[in-house]
Each structure stands twice: as structure tokens, then as C-alpha cells.
Design a protein around this ligand. Structure first.
Ligand code: GDP
Length: 348
């Protein structure tokens, strides 16, 4: 029997729902595969499942973690994750890694990561959805967050690397955003985008151990000085720099206390709820925009005319504003609009 390949049972939406609510990790993983699928039937089943699970979602803290490769993100997540699991939390780790699309190689996914955390029964680790645009990966991750929450994971960690807009995207799906930094590399502030620091609720200076400890403390002072001049991303919360050693598990408890007080503070001020509401609306409008954009560019009359209109803009016989107006007319009215557009092109 052992050598026989066991056919995986095709799950119904009911099976998925039951399995997720029971916290079954294998079924949760399969449900995330379902939401990642672009097959029409899978997409419909995924949306039915999500609609049923929505009332069970939201009861977690969602934490984004970014930093350059080698900063120690996975070591930090493993250290924090194991500590939280030992405290009785259930921790889900998701990733947003558009590098496979951009560089044809995944930055986050290639190495064996978070070995000990992946063996912890209270942890669930899922690598980044692959392929597609950052927007597509983001949608899948947002839905994966909801599935993990329905499966009673109360701490959701979303890891990303600084590729393109990925930090901004992850910021838009989490409550609290952490930037993991290296120190001791000489010129600490080189190569750090000020924009990314402006997204951070806290800067974590990792590898504060051994000979590096003094440099890490100096970097902490320096980052605090810089943060003082930046507008914090969360009203009522002052973003600060903290040091830790993910490897030696020093400073991790303090960082978790900071995250807890961030959560309490924002819940009390109402901003926690407000941010989540805004994130849901932004996501909804983002989906509307994506749909409109692809309907526009896939529209046959638009496709037939776009090249000709581009040529006119290039020659200077049509302004960009008029060209846009015309393309939209063609989109809205189809071939009839196209005839009109041709006609007006010569007269105005
Ligand atoms: P990531 O690419 O940001 O996920 O970085 P990793 O977690 O893979 O860590 C990169 C390297 O830094 C590995 O060799 C880790 O062992 C090492 N590292 C991570 N955290 C620490 C730390 O706190 N102290 C020291 N000394 N090394 C660390």
C-alpha cells in the first residue's frame, strides 16, 4: 500500500470550511492553493469559501516585516515565531516576493528557511505565491491572511523584500510594519530608502551581538535621530529603533511588548479599526481599477485603434488629452465610437 500513490481527495467548499475552522494545516494549505488558482471554477469556489469564513476573520495582529536580503528577517521571524508559539499563540508566516517575476529567481523562497518554526505545530508557513504581478500576489496574500485568521492564527507575519513597490504593498495589508536593518556594514545609512523608513512603525536593528553590539547601539541612536524628523505612519504612535539579536534571542521579548503596546494604543485611539477599514476599501477600489484596466486593454475596438492613435500622438497631430478621450469613447461605445472618433480626428 505504501508505495501506491494516494490520490488526493477533491475537497468541496464544505470540506475546506470545516477543515479550516478546525485549524487543519493541510487543508489550510490546500485552500490557499485554491485562492491562488486562476481557473474560473477554483476562483468561484474560493470566493464562496471566503464569504463563508469572513465572520471568523480579523481577530489577529497582522505584522509586516521588510529588510534587505541578509538583514536577518527569516532568523528574526523564526525567533519571534517560536517564542510566540511557546506563549500559546498560533503564528502564520506569509510572504510577498515579486522577485520571481522581476529577476526570474525568488529572493525569499530559494533557501531552506525557518526550519524549527516550520516543525512547530502552532505555526504555519507559506512561501510567496509565484508568478503574476505584484498586484496579483498581493491579492492572494490578502486572501491567505483571511484564511489563516479563520484557522485561528492570531499572529500573522507577512515578510517581504524591497523589490519595487513590495514594501508599500505589504504596508497596505498589515496593522504594524517593521523594518529589519543591518548594522556594522560601515556606512549604515547608505542604500536605505527614506521612503521605506517612513512606512515603519519600528526599526529593528538586528545582529546586536558580539563585536557588533556597540555599533548596533550607535545605529539605534542614529536611526532614532532620523525617525524624529520623519512623519510616523501611524497617528499617535512614535516610531523608534530597537536592537536585538535574532540569533541569540536577545531583545525579542521587548520587541513583542512594543508590538503589544502598539496594538493597544491604536485600538484605544480607534486607528486600528480605521486603518483596516481603509485597507478594505483601498483593496476593493484596487480590484475595480485592475478590472477596468484589463477590460480596456482587452477591448477589441481599443486594440484595433490604439496603434493608430499612438502614431498620431507621436506625430503631434493629436494631443495626449484628446487621444485619451478618444480611446475612452471607443471603449465606451465600441465600433460606433470608433467611426465617430475617426471623424472628429479630422475635424477638431
Ligand atoms: P534574510 O535574508 O533577511 O532572511 O536573512 P537571514 O535570516 O537568512 O540571515 C542572514 C544571515 O545572517 C544568516 O547567516 C544568519 O545566521 C545571520 N543572522 C541572522 N540574525 C542574526 C543575528 O541576530 N546575529 C548574527 N550574528 N547573525 C545573524
Amino acid at each position: 500500500m505504501d508505495h501506491q500513490v494516494k490520490q488526493r481527495k477533491k475537497l468541496t467548499v464544505d470540506d475546506y470550511e470545516r477543515g479550516i475552522l478546525q485549524g487543519d494545516r493541510a487543508i489550510l494549505a490546500q485552500a490557499i492553493t485554491l485562492i491562488e488558482s486562476s481557473l474560473q471554477a477554483h476562483m468561484e469556489a474560493a470566493q464562496t469559501l471566503l464569504s463563508r469564513l469572513i465572520p471568523k476573520t480579523g481577530r489577529s495582529i497582522r505584522i509586516g516585516i521588510t529588510g534587505v536580503p541578509g538583514a536577518g528577517k527569516s532568523t528574526f521571524i523564526e525567533s519571534l515565531g517560536n517564542m510566540l508559539c511557546n506563549h500559546g499563540h498560533r503564528v502564520a508566516v506569509l510572504a510577498v516576493d515579486p522577485s520571481s517575476t522581476i529577476t526570474k529567481g525568488s529572493i525569499l523562497g530559494d533557501k531552506t528557511r525557518m526550519d524549527s518554526l516550520s516543525r512547530n505545530p502552532n505555526a504555519f508557513i507559506r512561501p510567496s505565491a509565484s508568478g503574476g504581478t505584484l498586484g496579483g500576489i498581493a491579492r492572494k496574500t490578502r486572501e491567505a491572511i483571511l484564511l489563516c485568521e479563520a484557522a485561528c492564527y492570531d499572529v500573522i507575519l507577512v515578510e517581504t523584500v524591497g523589490v519595487g513597490q513590495s514594501e508599500v504593498t505589504v504596508r497596505s495589508m498589515v496593522d504594524c510594519f517593521l523594518l529589519v536593518m543591518l548594522t556594522g556594514a560601515g556606512d549604515e545609512l547608505q542604500g536605505i530608502k527614506k521612503g521605506v523608513m517612513e512606512l515603519a512603525d519600528a526599526i529593528i536593528i538586528n545582529k546586536a551581538d558580539g563585536d557588533n553590539k556597540i555599533k548596533a547601539l550607535a545605529a539605534q541612536v542614529e536611526y532614532n535621530r532620523i525617525l524624529h524628523f520623519l512623519k510616523p505612519p501611524t497617528p499617535g504612535w512614535v516610531s523608534k529603533a530597537y536592537t536585538c539579536s535574532a540569533l541569540e534571542q536577545v531583545g525579542i521579548e521587548e520587541i513583542w511588548s512594543m508590538i503589544k503596546s502598539f496594538q493597544q494604543n491604536t485600538i484605544l485611539s480607534g486607528f486600528f479599526r480605521e486603518r483596516r477599514k481603509k485597507q478594505r476599501f483601498d483593496w476593493m477600489y484596487c480590484l475595480v481599477e485592475d478590472h477596468l484596466k484589463s477590460s480596456f486593454f482587452n477591448h477589441s475596438a481599443v486594440q484595433q485603434n490604439i496603434f493608430k492613435i499612438e502614431l498620431e500622438v507621436d506625430k503631434g497631430t493629436l494631443t495626449a488629452t484628446k487621444a485619451a478621450k478618444r480611446l475612452i469613447e471607443i471603449f465606451e461605445t465600441g465600433e460606433r465610437g470608433f467611426v465617430n472618433a475617426n471623424y472628429t480626428a479630422q475635424t477638431d
